[in-house]
Design a protein around this ligand. Sequence first.
Ligand code: PEP
Ligand code: MN
Length: 282
Amino acid sequence: MDIDEGEIGVDTLHLVSRKHHPTDTVVHVGQVLIGGPEKVYIAGPCSVEDQNQIEEIARAIQGSAHILRGGAYKPRTSPYSFQGLGEKGLCFLKDAGDKVGLPVITEVMSENEVDMVASHVDMLQVGARNMQNFALLRKVGAQDKPVLLKRGVAATIEELLLSAEYILAAGNTQVVLCERGIRTFNSTFTRNTLDLSAVPILKHLTHLPVVVDPSHGSGDWNLIEPLSKAALAAGAHGLMIEVHNNPEQALSDGPQSLKPEKYRALVTKLNRLVRCLEEEGK
Ligand code: PEP
Ligand code: MN
């Protein structure tokens, strides 16, 4: 199928389209199902910083979260910011997940590292900055670990779906889409603008599950609770939230990270909200 770039739009979607696959895709991450009837909560620090940090956070979120997150290869705006622990961080993440019985997700930034990163984790994340790294998309599509694809900061909904199309076209149907905020004109109060209208639109256009990341979407831990509630009410299949045991000292994204006790209290409230939404038939 050859498509002229001038014709790109929702009509050019193929494998990701509901027209091609009317029923919802359910993505398996270890024993956890994303896209089924249960909301899925992914939580953990922006970066894995050391073994104790990730273990302490893993123990603190176990029982509230279904999947443990932690970055070991960090796409930082400045080359002088903490870049992540690399493969050592992946080992700490996997060990922490094993100790508490949670599957783990981490970001992969380069197609050259996909096989190595995939050998340590249960799910791969392609970050916002790499949403249109087509070599990376093809490579994660050619392996069998599930992929969380984050929307680029200036990507349209069609572009997000066409990036997912690359992964499916390479053979991997286990893809979850993540709305994580887009760049708009107002950055005084929020780091990005969380585009919650993308959730019902994506669910209409595609069979792939959709989760929301209110942490990068807002940049402010105070906004996580209202945005999480709104995301679930908008129909998100799950949430990815940054949690840190010592946000003031975090090596990345401290200001948007919840302390574990706040995270647990939030999940209790979200579970109540989900029950109300189910009664409404949403
Ligand atoms: C992250 O999840 O820590 C991250 C860097 O996310 P994003 O790609 O959405 O900026
Ligand atoms: Mn982060």
